[in-house]
Design a protein around this ligand. Structure first.
Ligand code: F6P
Length: 319
């Protein structure tokens, strides 16, 4: 490739800016021309594309959100939209594209790859729901935000000997609830990947309080259901009224942790080097600390494996 573009798409995540910076600086380092597309695939269709230099990505490694902005683009779902997007890139002599986003963005990258654009995907989502990578960019930061919130809730719950139910994001994936639950010592973690019995959850809660526990934290992944409904069902079983907190989009904001900045930097640079080596149609990830590129087609057709060992560990330690 001689000339590449980068875009961010889907829900934003902390570390997307660090990834954009890495793509731009690595491309320039290797003598490529590099362009940025504004507002994801919408910008590609509207030809909202500008050339980047070293300074265009200064002072962004520490910032949440994405300077390139993002969108969930309906027009791009249609073949005409995809062809227009590919044509806009070709008209500008851009032959490579790095797409930073989640599942839906990967589907888009896959379509463009089939239309002759050399494409690389980078996993940018807080959900950690992308297979063939241990972690996605933004996940660590989201988890640390949840842990911080649970610490605060624990203070007030202990004072009042109350129970707190915290609903976290993750779409169909329970990883935010699982990792944050383990890290914050939550008594109960409910994730969509594992069946649960609310009656025994409620029974255990009651017994714990009866045996001197001063608080109880229940972490619920949004893929399980609404926090309010689960809290009400618990009350029916044991008479305890958990106070509900829905953390919502606060999980997607703020400065990325050092882990996310480093992961974004490694993956951004890796994607550029893969393109230079002639690779295309791949999604980049990190597995056991090794950078890997997997066929994007395979990635979009595989469900991420749930970390059952970590779940069992959290269970063992939450007595
Ligand atoms: O994919 C990231 C995510 O934050 C999910 O965890 C959540 O279900 C969804 O996006 C929220 O979407 P929106 O920002 O469109 O409300």
């Amino acid at each position: 490739v001689q000339s590449i573009a980068v875009l961010t798409s889907g829900g934003d995540s902390q570390g997307m800016n660090a990834a954009v910076r890495a793509v731009v600086r690595s491309a320039l380092f290797h003598g490529l021309k590099v362009f940025a597309v504004q507002r994801g695939f919408t910008g590609l269709i509207n030809d909202d594309i500008r050339q980047m230099d070293l300074r265009s990505v200064g002072d962004i490694i520490q910032r949440g959100g994405t300077i390139l902005q993002t969108a969930r683009c309906k027009e791009f779902m249609l073949p005409e939209g995809q062809e227009k997007a590919a044509q806009n890139l070709k008209n500008r002599g851009i032959d490579g594209l790095v797409v930073i986003g989640g599942d839906g963005s990967y589907q888009g990258a896959n379509k463009l790859s089939k239309l002759g654009i050399k494409t690389m995907g980078l996993p940018g989502t807080i959900d950690n729901d992308i297979p063939f990578t241990d972690f996605t960019i933004g996940f660590h930061t989201a988890v640390s935000i949840v842990v911080d919130a649970v610490n605060k809730l624990r203070d007030t719950m202990s004072s009042h000997e109350r129970s707190s139910l915290v609903e976290v994001m993750g779409r169909h994936c329970g990883d935010i609830a699982l990792y944050a639950g383990l890290a914050s010592g939550a008594e109960t973690i409910l994730v969509p990947e594992i069946e649960y019995d609310l009656q025994s959850v409620a029974k255990r809660m009651k017994e714990n309080f009866d045996h001197g526990k001063r608080h109880s934290i229940i972490l619920v992944a949004e893929g399980v259901g609404k926090g309010d409904d689960i809290a009400k069902a618990i009350t029916v079983h044991n008479g305890i009224e958990p106070r509900v907190t829905v953390l919502g989009h606060i999980q997607r904001g703020g400065a990325p942790t050092h882990n996310d900045r480093i992961l974004a930097s490694q993956l951004g640079d890796f994607a550029v080097r893969q393109l230079i080596d002639g690779d295309s149609g791949k999604a980049c990830g990190i597995i056991k600390n090794v950078l890997v590129a997997t066929d994007i087609e395979k990635v979009v057709n595989t469900k991420k494996e749930f970390n059952i060992e970590m779940y069992n560990l959290a269970l063992r330690l939450s007595q």
